[in-house]
Ligand binder design. Structure first.
Ligand code: FES
Length: 116
């Protein structure tokens, strides 16, 4: 397993970004980032930071992940996602969702269990 971050660095209602192990791309290794959100009830969920619309980072531009309604919103073209499921809720992503990351909590640390 790969350590992603210490849980104390992600307060309820907050989010955090982290690098992921490189994945194989058509011209060599690709660097990919992930992000996690901790719901007010303490549940931590994590996704690959790539929008399913055109594979740009969701927080492209000003680095914000959430809109005023509490949805995850891609700033490239406005795709919106449910923060509890990663499913598209509006914008140019119907039927798609963010790619979830398999994480585990152990000893107040969040770990990446495996990555396809
Ligand atoms: S790349 Fe995210 S909405 Fe287009």
């Amino acid at each position: 397993m790969t350590k992603l971050f210490d849980l104390r660095d992600l307060q309820p209602g907050g989010s955090i970004r982290f690098p992921l192990p490189p994945v194989r791309g058509p011209f060599g290794p690709l660097s990919v980032e992930g992000f996690a959100h901790r719901a007010p009830d303490g549940t931590v969920r994590a996704w690959v930071n790539l929008c399913p619309h055109r594979a740009q980072p969701v927080d492209v531009g000003d680095g914000r992940l959430f809109n005023s309604l509490g949805e995850i919103e891609c700033h490239a073209h406005g795709a919106r996602f449910d923060p509890s499921t990663g499913s598209c809720t509006g914008g140019p992503c119907p039927g798609n969702s963010l790619q979830p990351l398999p994480i585990k909590e152990h000893d107040a640390t969040i770990w990446l269990a495996e990555l396809d």
